[in-house]
Design a protein around this ligand. Structure first.
Ligand code: G6P
Length: 365
């Protein structure tokens, strides 16, 4: 398939803006009324005792996010690992294990090797891929497409949110099959998901405000990202994106780890991006934020209106997103993570779609 930039300055900008459309398309491919359609064979989680998820890069952060969903919604124990570590550690895989591989390209060498390691050990091999005819898809018992369409930008954007979408659908289905949620609750989760593309479109209108913050942020030498719970993997993804395309050193920490090291770095020269919708963990994150501000740190808070009102006036900059149900927040908060990196890179004049030293698909070890 030939794809062009459709009037956008970069593929990355186009792929970010496309997210409401591709997410809506993916949902209509998977949803059939109040049922989730995983294909003819279906997807049964009733006998699953644990899930082992393996991936690289951005796909790995999608797995880290999904761990919260599978554990909290479905009560399913989840292990997540980086493919290059997993494959050489000889991890014991016991019966009852479903192995799940997430890969945009379906060709990442380490992820494929990890899959092959699990081949005769796990009960079954599942994958979540963007390229349906890829090696990882072919070698899986069931490959679930994310329906993101061709992604050209080296830094993954729409593939990430589309991976999250499929992983959340799987977690909802697992929760239902395992009797952890009722049919009514399942229908509510699906209705929430269906509202997401519209909410995402509203959030895209924050583009200019995010660009302003990004321009200030990339002046810094180091940037710290903080998040708790579902926002922790998002913080990791935000830091990765910034490193990848704007070449600014960025690190992410779980907010609760701030005291265990990174707080030593805080001064007025290190912007701290805090991802925190007003959810059940918000107050804890606010106290971490106050620790940063008390040391002269500049907080860039990404939150919703309620969070902005509760955060106080000391915050350096606030990006306000629409309110979403807690479980959906990672899909929406991916957007500011992407746009901060994108506009930061544009301001610095880097090669956004082809960042130095990076490849779209790493097919050699
Ligand atoms: C490369 C790409 C990343 C991607 C990672 C995993 O590093 O630059 O964007 O997240 O590979 O790729 P995969 O195709 O397995 O998702």
């Amino acid at each position: 398939t030939r794809v062009d930039k459709a009037g956008y300055r970069h593929f990355m900008a186009k792929e970010i803006a496309e997210q409401p459309t591709v997410l809506a398309g993916a949902l209509s491919a998977y949803l059939d009324g109040d049922d989730i359609d995983f294909g003819e064979a279906g997807l049964d989680f009733t006998g699953t005792e644990r899930l082992t998820m393996v991936a690289c890069g951005t796909a790995y952060y999608a797995c880290l996010t999904a761990k919260y969903w599978f554990e909290r919604l479905a009560g399913l124990p989840v292990e997540v690992d980086i493919a290059s570590e997993f494959r050489y550690r000889e991890p014991p895989i016991t019966s009852g294990t479903t192995a799940l591989f997430v890969s945009q390209s379906g060709e990442t060498a380490d992820t494929l090797a990890a899959l092959r390691y699990c081949r005769d050990k796990a009960d079954r091999i599942l994958s979540v891929v963007n390229v349906d005819e890829s090696s990882i898809a072919r070698e899986s018992d069931l490959a679930l497409p994310i329906h993101a369409g061709v992604e050209v930008g080296v830094a993954s954007t729409k593939a990430f949110t589309c991976q999250l979408n499929v992983l959340l659908l799987m977690a909802i289905e697992a929760a239902f099959q395992r009797g952890r949620i009722t049919a009514k609750e399942k229908a509510q989760h699906l209705a929430d998901l269906r509202s997401l593309p519209g909410i995402f479109n509203v959030a895209l209108e924050r583009d200019e405000i995010i660009a302003d913050s990004a321009r200030d942020m990339v002046e810094a030498r180091d940037v710290l990202f903080l998040g708790r719970g579902l926002m922790y993997p998002l913080a990791l993804e935000g830091a990765l994106k910034l490193k990848e395309i704007s070449y600014v050193h960025a690190e992410a920490y779980a907010s609760g780890e701030l005291k265990h090291g990174p707080i030593a770095l805080i001064d007025a020269s290190v912007p701290v991006v805090v991802m925190a919708p007003r959810d059940s963990l918000f107050d804890k994150t606010v106290s971490n934020m106050q620790e940063v501000m008390a040391r002269g740190g500049n907080v860039l808070l990404v939150t919703d209106a309620a969070g902005a009102a509760a955060a106080g006036s000391e915050v350096w900059r606030t990006i306000i997103l629409p309110e979403v149900p807690e479980m959906l927040a990672p899909l929406l908060y991916a957007l500011p993570a992407q746009l901060l990196a994108y506009h930061g890179a544009v301001a610095k004049g880097t090669d956004v779609d082809q960042p130095r030293n990076l490849a779209k698909s790493v097919t050699v070890e």
